[in-house]
Write a protein that binds this ligand. Structure first.
Ligand SMILES: Cc1ncc(C[n+]2csc(CCOP(=O)(O)OP(=O)(O)O)c2C)c(N)n1
Length: 358
């Protein structure tokens, strides 16, 4: 018997959970000034997230999916992309969206049930949040195909959860991206849970990164709580794709420190001790410790940052709460070029009802 192929899955980590440097840092991270924007973006994402949960709890927002503990992944993605690239994501990547120019007010409008929250004014290339699990992955391949046909120096970055890798859409998409050598970077946000289904209930594979092998594209793992490792590896993937060197798959290992959404109660299916242990891997704390150790951050700067960002979040919330609802007929207005007759009656009825309830 002969071995006809041999594969390896590499794992990258620069800062461990105690913020100890394991490997010499990549050039960008050797100057701590370059890390401050990442810390700032993670801090904003967390503050926004906390506020969104409290708005939901007080009846001022619909069901919301928190990104608590997963900020490093989305912040690194947002940081390495350029405005012309396209982000296609599920519902937990606020760090990337905020860096791409989606506003906090838009995100709140979206979770508040207002579709205008998905018509991103400052980020016209990006797709809206995808709630149907894995549906954004074939879309990313479509975008990648268009980019290639037009010979543009752009990249599509697609973010998905660990559960999404169990769907046919995922396999079909990475296969097509491989065959056509498309400029698409797939990032798996592996937070260990798909609502109440743990990773071992999703797959018997040792890693999710190895799923790339069957598609003939590079696959690798990265510590999803180490923003330096994330930035390094995602930047590498994005720039390779931009140079026409094809797609890749990056599995980022992290943990969902919160409930699945505000409609969930994770204490019904996972141990509190597991969650508490995972707080020791907190990506924000890790970068903060590193910055403090290299003398680039202190308590005074932290307080000033928190005050400034809290103010930003508050302004966005006030704008969201002050946004007048859309006219009731708007739900009919964006689906068809010419509204079918059956629906035009309903549209008129909605207008009339809106007037009586005004
Ligand atoms: C097509 C589809 N099936 C089922 C659901 C219900 N659902 C919502 S989130 C979720 C789990 C997703 O897990 P994962 O991909 O790991 O992402 P995470 O929520 O952990 O970030 C499921 C099954 C859905 N939204 N879409």
């Amino acid at each position: 018997m002969a071995t006809v192929a041999h594969f390896e899955v590499h794992y990258t980590q620069y800062l461990n959970e105690k913020a100890e440097i394991l490997d010499s840092l990549p050039p960008f991270a050797q100057d701590s000034k370059n890390l401050l924007p990442l810390y700032r973006a993670m801090a904003l994402t967390r503050l926004f997230d906390k506020k969104a949960v409290s708005l939901q709890r007080t009846g001022q927002l619909g069901t919301y999916a928190s990104s608590l503990g997963q900020e490093a992944i989305s912040v690194a993605i947002g940081h390495v992309m350029v405005p012309e690239d396209t982000l296609l994501t599920s519902y937990r990547e606020y760090g990337a969206q905020l860096q791409r120019g989606v506003t906090m007010t838009e995100l709140l409008l979206y979770w508040g049930g207002d579709e205008r929250g998905m018509a991103y004014q400052g980020s016209r290339q990006d797709f809206p949040i995808s709630v149907p699990v894995a549906s954004q992955i074939p879309h990313a391949v479509g975008v990648g195909y268009a980019i290639k046909l037009r010979r543009e120096p752009r990249v599509a970055v697609c973010v998905l959860g660990d559960g999404a890798t169990s769907k046919g859409d995922f396999y079909e998409a990475i296969n097509a991206a491989g065959v056509w050598n498309l400029p698409v970077v797939f990032v798996i946000n592996n937070n260990c849970w798909a609502i109440s289904v743990p990773l071992e209930g999703q797959t018997h594979a040792q890693t999710l990164a190895q799923k790339a092998i069957a598609a003939g594209i590079p696959g690798e793992q990265v510590d999803g709580n180490d923003v330096i490792a994330l930035q390094d590896r995602i930047h590498n993937g994005v720039e390779k794709a931009r140079r026409g060197e094809g797609p890749c798959l990056i599995e980022a290992l992290t943990y969902r420190l919160c409930d699945h959404t505000t409609a969930d109660d994770a204490s019904r299916y996972r141990e509190q001790a597991e969650v508490e242990a995972r707080w020791g891997f907190d990506p924000l704390q890790r970068l903060r410790t590193h910055l403090t150790q290299v003398g680039a951050w202190d308590e005074t700067q932290e307080q000033a940052l928190q005050t400034e960002l809290t103010q930003q979040v508050e302004e966005a919330v006030q704008k969201y709460l002050g946004t007048l609802p859309q006219a009731p007929e708007s739900m009919f207005d964006y689906l068809y070029e010419t509204l079918p007759t059956a629906l035009s009656g309903q549209r008129q009825a909605a207008i009339a009802r809106g007037k009586t309830h005004a």
